[in-house]
Ligand binder design. Structure first.
Ligand code: B4P
Length: 197
């Protein structure tokens, strides 16, 4: 298997680039944000619980997210690799992911982090909020809260993968195609040197 993580703050373009990357590399797209929004749309108990956190700009509790990822793995046993989008968002999630992948005798090949300035992120999210109907994108205060959660709870995940020498920064500003090209270049290089477990 070949597994990648697309990392970055809210609105950095993880969802946008993931769609293109899964097409190009034949990986399965695992977006915890999308999975949570599906649960919310279906009004499942998990979705009803998760909505309270998402509407406040907070992270959904680790055990909920990890359980959801675990059952996604169960449903996709034949995947040749995963592209993790928006997961892991805490160090506890990163440790749980390592354990789940070890059970599958695989690991993370690389973490690609999209760098975008905060001003640009706010602009993108408010813009998306006009059409997406996403409650977490329309309120300036909730957006600011998401950034503070990112810096307190999610940025330590970058350190976790830097220690494992798997972390790579990618310029996340420019056209979607320019960023896609930079990601492809980094992934092709990783693939050429990657030794699976
Ligand atoms: P996510 O669904 O992961 O979404 P995101 O971080 O808001 O956005 P993303 O980076 O994917 O941006 P996109 O491509 O859409 O999370 C939502 C919420 O779910 C979280 O806040 C949290 O509460 C919860 N959650 C999810 N995962 C969790 C976890 N593991 N643990 C706990 N809680 C979790 O791009 C944004 C906008 O920019 C779009 O409108 C796009 O068109 C535009 N854009 C993209 N690229 C651009 C470019 N190059 N130039 C200009 N605009 C661009």
């Amino acid at each position: 298997m070949f597994n990648l993580i697309l990392f970055g703050p809210p609105g950095s373009g993880k969802g946008t680039q993931s769609e293109k990357l899964v097409d190009k590399y034949g990986l399965l797209h695992l977006s915890t944000g999308n999975l949570l929004r599906e649960e919310i749309a279906n009004k499942t108990p998990l979705g009803i619980e998760a909505k309270k956190f998402i509407d406040n700009g907070q992270l959904v509790p680790d055990e909920v997210v990890i359980g959801m990822v675990d059952s996604y793995f169960d449903k996709h046993k034949d995947a040749k690799g995963f592209l993790f989008d928006g997961f892991p968002r805490t160090v506890a999630q990163a440790q749980a992911l390592d354990k789940l992948l070890a059970l599958k005798k695989t690991d993370i090949a690389s973490v690609l982090a999209l760098d975008v300035s905060e001003d640009e992120l706010v602009k993108r999210l408010l813009n998306r909020g006009k059409t997406s109907g996403r409650s977490d994108d329309t309120n300036d205060e909730v957006i600011r809260k998401r950034f503070s959660v990112y810096s307190n709870e999610t940025s330590p995940v970058a350190e976790y993968y830097k220690k494992a020498r798997k972390f790579k920064n990618i310029k996340g500003e420019g056209s979607v195609e320019e960023i896609f090209a930079a990601l492809r270049q980094a992934i092709d290089k990783t693939m050429a040197n990657y030794k699976s477990l």
